[in-house]
Design a protein around this ligand. Structure first.
Ligand code: SAM
Length: 250
């Protein structure tokens, strides 16, 4: 997959695109990321990219011309699969949206600054408007990095063991199970015995049940599309809950 980022602050990408799994994926050519300075597409000698809002009001707005020129310079706007405007007003980012984005052969991420981007960029140029959450950042750069890092995990070969992706929270809709590592006892706190007994079927069932337990407690809204097995495990959790209630009362 190829991702082009349009930004006024290319330097914000230097460290994150070099580090860890993402850095390795880019180095190995599994993901191609290019960062372009929007200012390179300004046409006046001051390299102006923003102007005061029509109708008055605070701050500045990013102008159409440099953004249209920047996108059109990238292989012609029609051949780019997804052109994403990062914006707090966009569709909230989810794992499902990332999986969809990771299928695209190429995408452009447009990072806004100031009061945002002239609405005509969104209307005439972008295929998507994405928000990474209900809060306001000073610019779209960190949002773009969130998307790049999360998409990279879904590209074949980036994460060595695909199982670690498929057991992640949200991969199949629910939160992931709790994890433990050595030592087996730390400050009197143990590890569930089933994880140390080597019975893989029992471990798989235990993890699924614990994933459902944590999802039920923290994000019950995610439990809407459960399999038969999940429904059985949820019923089991329900029964255990009522038993422990009865024990407390006794
Ligand atoms: N005035 C805008 C509004 O109220 O919607 C906010 C502009 S914000 C200060 C500047 C830029 O940061 C936006 O154009 C966008 O690119 C980026 N940004 C801010 N919050 C974001 C979020 N939650 N998700 C994605 N991008 C965000």
């Amino acid at each position: 997959m190829r991702i082009d980022v349009l930004t006024l602050f290319p330097e914000m990408f230097e460290g994150p695109l070099r580090a860890s799994l993402l850095g390795r994926a880019i180095q190995d050519g599994k993901l191609d990321v290019a960062v372009t300075d929007i200012r390179d597409f300004a046409t006046d000698k001051h390299r102006t990219v923003d102007d005061a809002p029509f109708g008055g009001g605070a701050g500045m707005v990013m102008k159409c011309e440099p953004l249209f020129a920047a996108v059109e310079s990238l292989r012609g706007a029609n051949s780019i699969d997804r052109i994403v405007l990062l914006s707090p007003k966009g569709r909230r980012l989810t794992q499902a949206a990332l999986r969809e984005l990771a299928q695209a052969p190429d995408a452009v991420l447009i990072c806004g600054r100031y009061e945002g981007v002239d609405e005509r960029v969104r209307d005439a140029l972008c295929t998507d408007e994405i928000s990474i959450g209900d809060y306001v950042l000073s610019g779209g750069e960190l949002a773009a990095l969130v998307i790049i890092e999360a998409v990279s995990r879904l590209i074949s070969g980036v994460i060595g063991d695909w199982d670690s992706v498929t057991t992640d929270s949200f991969y199949d809709g629910i939160l992931g199970p709790p994890q433990y590592t050595r030592p087996a006892v730390f400050r009197g706190m143990g590890v569930p015995a089933v994880l140390r007994e080597g019975n893989h079927a029992a471990i798989r069932r235990f993890r699924r049940k614990e994933a459902l337990r944590v999802t039920r407690a923290r994000r019950p809204d995610l439990l809407s599309a459960c399999s038969e097995e999940d429904l059985d495990l949820l019923a089991e959790l329900e029964r255990e809950g009522s038993e422990s209630e009865r024990e407390k009362e006794a």
